[in-house]
Design a protein around this ligand. Structure first.
Ligand SMILES: Nc1ncnc2c1ncn2[C@@H]1O[C@H](COP(=O)(O)OP(=O)(O)OP(=O)(O)O)[C@@H](O)[C@H]1O
Ligand SMILES: Nc1nc(=O)c2ncn([C@H]3C[C@H](O)[C@@H](CO)O3)c2[nH]1
Length: 214
């Protein structure tokens, strides 16, 4: 079974593109747990206290989503399991998780990765689509979407958090080599409001899928 994962910083447009792509491919979209996520608001309120719990929450949901997504071809996942680790390590570097928590998380993730059902012989997605956005775009989109606890007025220190996350995402994508990958310019391509831009992005992904599969 094949699965496609969408990657990108907070507000990059993953959920929006997940919906478009699944619709285009006639497959199912699997979203990250946000609205019903009882830990997320707690994390933004008190990251020191909740960083580890949030990570376990996301890892658990991610694993469940991957298992479901793998039941049919071409399903689309909103965010990859690799990015969970990127986010956790940023939080750990900011002192929001201690050494033991980091070790437990890394070991648990390693264990779970071995069990991933992507395919019996291959433990990675078929394609990773990264939406690259500049820091300025990232801030604009977070504001546009308007989740209260993600706003800079709610916590001005989020500015530095988002900036560092955006920087790390670019490095992470450059080094990502677990599967074929493709990058979409989320600053230039307004696939949310422009049908032409959406078509252009679908064509890029179709072409990449064709290349991988032939
Ligand atoms: N390419 C785009 N052009 C214009 N607006 C966009 C684009 N992509 C996303 N948006 C808008 O930006 C906001 C964030 O998009 P979305 O929720 O899809 O991001 P996300 O990557 O899933 O975020 P998160 O990581 O927080 O779940 C939404 O208001 C969406 O309409
Ligand atoms: N700390 C942390 N670790 C994760 O693995 C993770 N995955 C998502 N998120 C946050 C980002 C958005 O606010 C919101 C939706 O993506 O949830 C995370 N936060």
């Amino acid at each position: 079974m094949s699965v496609i994962v969408l990657a990108g910083a907070i507000g990059a447009g993953k959920s929006s593109l997940t919906a478009l792509l699944a619709n285009h491919l006639g497959s199912q979209a699997f979203y990250e747990s946000v609205a019903e996520n009882e830990v997320l608001p707690l994390f933004y309120e008190d990251p020191e206290q909740y960083a580890f719990l949030l990570q376990i929450y996301f890892l658990n949901k991610r694993f469940a989503n991957i298992k479901k997504a793998m039941q049919e071809d071409n399903n689309v996942l909103d965010r990859s399991i690799y990015e969970d680790s990127l986010l956790f390590h940023l939080n750990a570097d900011l002192g929001r998780a201690n050494e033991i928590e980091v070790r437990v998380y890394d070991e648990l993730l390693g264990n779970m990765m071995e069990e991933l059902p992507y395919a019996a012989h291959k433990k990675h997605p078929d394609l990773l689509v990264h939406i690259k956005v500049s820091f300025a775009t990232m801030l604009e989109r977070i504001e546009k979407r308007g989740r209260p606890y993600e706003q800079l007025e709610y916590d001005p220190t989020l500015y530095d958090y988002y900036k560092e996350l955006n920087r790390r995402y670019d490095l992470w994508y450059e080094n990502y080599n677990q599967s074929p990958k493709i990058q979409i310019d989320g600053d230039q391509l307004n696939f949310v409001e422009s049908p032409q831009a959406a078509q252009q992005v679908m064509a890029m992904i179709d072409e990449k899928l064709f290349e991988i599969r032939n």
